[in-house]
Design a protein. Structure first.
Length: 202
């Protein structure tokens, strides 16, 4: 009888121990699952933050690029305004020129001469490359015109950026705009301005 009771007690203990082991394994598995889930959640959150940072950086770069383009366009407009002849500058189409200067009185290939004394050189796409003034009808934005004394250049524009000596005079170049993208060129002879030209500064 006693042996039967001891055997019964031993079996009971084994069952209880097995149940405890099973419970511990369940808890361990649950904890591991929770840890894995938390780790994945952290990784996902980090990935989201990484994507957000990349998106913000891209947005900042795009905004900076827009600002850069805007500043470049503004600088270009200012440069063009400084070399404008009655609103016409290099880069305009010949149709835009005709709206201001009228129809040319003479056309020789890529050179068009207008009644106001403007001689316009165009490229193969009919875009203006340069404009030459040979009469006083059109002035520079600062009021300088053909026929004026040579000394007005220094008074108006200061020292020239480049000077080329000619047989009977000189050619003065003044670079315009923030990045010197355009220039005004004055040709003189016998102390008088004989020609004014605007073009891009290559």
């Amino acid at each position: 009888m006693l042996a039967a009771m001891l055997m019964s007690t031993g079996c009971g203990n084994k069952v209880e121990d097995a149940a405890k082991d099973a419970q511990q394994k369940v808890e361990q598995t649950a904890n591991e699952a929770k840890d894995a889930a938390a780790k994945k959640a952290d990784e996902a959150a980090a990935k989201v933050d990484e994507v957000k940072d990349a998106a913000n950086k891209a947005a900042d770069n795009a905004a900076a690029k827009v600002d850069e383009i805007s500043e470049g366009a503004k600088a270009m407009r200012e440069s063009m305004n400084e070399i404008s002849f009655n609103g016409i500058v290099p880069g305009f189409s010949i149709d835009e020129v005709k709206k201001v200067y009228g129809e040319p009185v003479e056309t020789a290939g890529e050179v068009l001469t207008f009644m106001n004394g403007a001689i316009v050189n165009v490229d193969s796409n009919n875009a203006v490359k340069s404009i030459r003034l040979i009469t006083s009808e059109i002035q520079t934005p600062e009021g300088v015109a053909v026929g004026m004394d040579e000394y007005v250049l220094n008074d108006t524009y200061g020292m020239a950026d480049n000077v080329k000596k000619l047989a009977d005079g000189a050619e003065y170049e003044y670079y315009r705009g923030k990045d010197k993208v355009a220039k005004l060129i004055f040709k003189t002879g016998n102390g008088v301005i004989s020609e004014i030209r605007n073009e891009f500064n290559k």
